[in-house]
Design a protein around this ligand. Structure first.
Ligand SMILES: Cc1cc2nc3c(=O)[nH]c(=O)nc-3n(C[C@H](O)[C@H](O)[C@H](O)COP(=O)(O)O)c2cc1C
Length: 215
């Protein structure tokens, strides 16, 4: 180590190339600084901000520009509380259905244990939830691209987000779709909690990219 090399320099040299270049700002900064936020202030998300997020979402690419997405925006506190409770009950019910098992979270038993705690809030008490529905079965992957656009745009305007895969079974229930006026053949791709973060969220770790081939 040179006499002038500090701990900070060493930490810097171990950061990923993208993270270093993110300091320039713009898209890379959003990619590296977005977090799944699990603590929100009560401040409502304005209609203007929701519209901005949806507009960012629909600018995602989609197969043959099919744009197979639609959005349910839920902001009424009563509805959010009720859906959070119903979703939690569904999650804790026996046995876990396929939707729950495929919710994008690996250890379902551990998660169900966590969800059984009195403090557990399925949407992390966010003041808004945006559910992205796929309007065709093949459209689900396009909806995930829309979801990422939405989350990065939210970061850019100072809002936090958290994907809530665990709530997918709830939003795929016929009664809930009917209540939201969602056609029964649409599929809930990803509910996303949105709101102003309460405090800082530390970054989560990443394994290095596993490169299996580079020919
Ligand atoms: C498909 C999907 C489903 C997720 N479902 C949940 C969820 O139900 N509840 C939750 O708190 N976080 C959920 N997450 C957030 C992940 O836990 C989070 O993205 C991961 O731990 C990495 O952290 P980061 O987003 O802050 O980088 C989900 C993420 C994805 C992509």
């Amino acid at each position: 180590m040179s006499e002038t090399e500090s701990d900070t320099d060493i930490a810097e040299s171990h950061r990923s190339p993208g993270a270093c270049r993110a300091e320039a700002g713009g898209t890379l900064k959003a990619i590296y600084e977005r977090r799944s936020v699990r603590a929100y202030s009560d401040m409502p998300v304005t209609r203007e901000d929701v519209e901005l997020l949806l507009d960012a979402a629909i600018h995602a690419p989609s197969a043959v520009n099919s744009q197979p997405w639609a959005f349910a925006v839920i902001q009424q506190r009563e509805a959010l509380t009720r859906y959070a409770e119903e979703g939690k009950k569904l999650l804790l019910g026996e046995p876990p259905n396929v939707e729950v098992v495929e919710s994008g979270l690996p250890n379902i038993d551990r998660l169900r244990q966590m969800a059984s705690g009195a403090d557990f809030a399925l949407f992390h008490r966010a003041p808004a939830l945006i559910v992205i529905y796929a309007t065709s079965i093949e459209g689900v992957s396009d909806c995930y691209l829309a979801a990422q656009n939405l989350m990065l745009a939210a970061w850019a305007i100072g809002l936090g987000t958290c994907p809530i895969g665990l709530a997918r079974p709830l939003f795929n229930q016929a009664e809930v779709k009917t209540e939201l006026e969602v056609p029964l053949d649409w599929s809930a791709a990803l509910p996303i909690a949105v709101g102003r973060p309460a405090g800082e969220t530390p970054p989560s770790s990443r394994r290095p990219a596993q490169i299996v081939a580079w020919k």
